[in-house]
Design a protein around this ligand. Structure first.
Ligand code: PBG
Length: 466
């Protein structure tokens, strides 16, 4: 359906929906943490049989046993600051030489991460269909994020724990393609790494899942004091604002574990909030009680999309990935990620987004109007208590991923000017004080691949070990 030309539409400041009331002042500390217990994230690729070392890397396993990573060989690639910048440049591969998908698994005590396996298989199946002659194998690796399940991602200051050890293996040439849930991929990738393709997005909504046997059909129907399980500061902040009567509690483990906890009649949870995409991919779409969408809850940046990461100089991988990319998803997610990059630079902050691409007429009043594409991005930043939030929307015609990124950056700047800057500064202070409390139980260090830029002032206050 053609729309009127919307190019150049100015930024709109939007008031919060009137239904959203300020929450109670009480803040439960555990609600503010983002658990590390969800592993359905990074999905990397496999070693190339042609150029793989004769002794397989101890970090890579061709079966489903979880392993620790990176191995000593990979650690030696790190420089004094723990950066991977000194690692050798991996030899380029040719598409015909075979690619493997590596994907990360949780620690053995948590059992298999089914969602990560399913997502890896989705990518492998698509690649196999595109390149029937190429052998794609799947390997597994346990990441730092898995090994620090008890540490709050919020406190650790970013998402790179999920991805950095996989990136060390990627840069080392042990693997060629990492498969990720895009939502768990930091907005700034290490030098010489890039997103090679983003696949068509599943519905990015968050879903309400009510305990088995209970008849509630929506968050509105839940009685005062009901405990809703989620480990996302974004969900907690936005939902505290909309539903001050509810109590939000951390819930850990992979999706199956969380659902088992929910359904346990003795557990405190009345409901959970989970990504719709994950539930559907696990074949548990029937557990969705309702989707909670804008304006009540804006989803996470990149939610519902799978992405693959490659070495920037790997022309072979780029050739392999042609045909995997979904343009609309890529442009939408690029706008969302550019917005988040400007807002936080890698910290876990309550940013919710919604995006769409519409067909528009680009030539006003012309006899033969040219059809173009308009990207709309809405983004919101909410304080941890839900007491304040800022929301901005921008629609602009786009003809490239770069155009889409510019939309995201504009929305971020408008958010910062309209109050998000103060919210983010408060969150930085909150994180620092919590970090001081856990300083004595600092986790083991993890390798830190070099980043292209350091746009996140907040991360500098975090211990280097993270
Ligand atoms: N951080 C956890 C995570 N990462 C990706 C998904 C779901 C799948 C997706 O969004 O693509 C989930 C689970 C959840 O948030 O409920």
């Amino acid at each position: 359906m053609a729309h009127k030309k919307r190019k150049g539409k100015p930024l709109q400041s939007q008031r919060p929906p009137s239904a959203l009331r300020p929450p109670r002042a009480t803040t439960v500390a555990s609600n503010l943490t983002n658990s590390l217990s969800v592993h359905d994230v990074p999905l990397p690729t496999a070693p190339n049989p042609d150029s793989a070392p004769s002794t397989p890397s101890p970090a890579l396993e061709s079966h489903e046993e979880a392993t620790t990573a990176p191995p000593p060989a990979q650690r030696r690639m790190l420089d004094d600051e723990g950066n991977a910048g000194g690692s050798p440049v991996a030899q380029p591969r040719t598409p015909a030489s075979g690619y493997g998908l590596i994907r990360h698994l949780p620690t053995p005590r948590l059992g298999r991460n089914e969602l990560a396996q399913i997502q890896t298989n989705i990518v492998r199946d698509r690649l196999s269909a595109l390149h029937p002659a190429v052998d794609f194998s799947v390997s597994f690796m346990t990441t730092g994020g898995d090994k620090n399940l008890s540490q709050a991602l919020y406190l650790l200051g970013g998402k790179s724990l999920w991805t950095q050890e996989l990136e060390v293996a990627l840069l080392n040439g042990d693997i060629d393609i990492i498969v990720h849930s895009l939502k768990d991929v930091p907005t700034v990738l290490p030098e010489r790494c890039e997103i090679g393709a983003i696949l068509e997005r599943e519905d990015p909504s968050d879903s309400l899942v009510v305990k088995k046997g209970l008849a509630y059909k929506s968050l509105d129907e839940l009685p005062e004091g009901s405990v809703v399980g989620t480990s996302s500061v974004r969900r907690v902040a936005q939902l505290k604002r909309a539903f001050p009567k509810l109590v939000f509690a951390d819930v850990r483990g992979n999706l199956n574990t969380r659902l088992a906890k929910l359904d346990d009649p003795t557990s405190q949870y009345t409901a959970l909030i989970l990504a719709y995409a994950g539930l559907v991919r696990l074949g548990m779409g029937d557990r969705v009680t309702a989707n909670i969408t804008s304006p009540t809850l804006l989803h996470a940046v990149g939610q519902g999309a799978l992405a693959v990461e490659i070495r920037s100089d790997d022309a072979g991988a780029k050739a392999i990935l042609e045909g995997l990319e979904h343009r609309d998803t890529t442009w939408r997610c690029s706008a969302e990620r550019a917005c988040l990059r400007v807002l936080e630079g890698g910290c876990s902050v309550p940013v919710g987004v919604e995006s769409s691409i519409d067909i528009v007429d680009t030539v006003e009043g012309g006899a033969d109007p040219t059809v173009g594409l308009a990207l709309t991005l809405t983004a919101t930043v909410t304080s941890l208590t839900g007491a304040t939030h800022v929301l901005q929307t921008l629609t602009r015609e786009v003809t490239s991923r770069q155009d889409a990124e510019a939309v995201g950056e504009s929305v971020a700047r408008a958010l910062i000017e309209n109050g998000a800057g103060a919210i983010l500064a408060d969150i930085g202070k909150d994180r620092e004080s919590k970090l001081a409390n856990v300083a004595e139980v600092a986790p083991e260090s993890h390798p830190q691949p070099q980043t292209q830029s350091q746009p996140e002032p907040q991360s500098e206050s975090l211990p280097q070990a993270f």
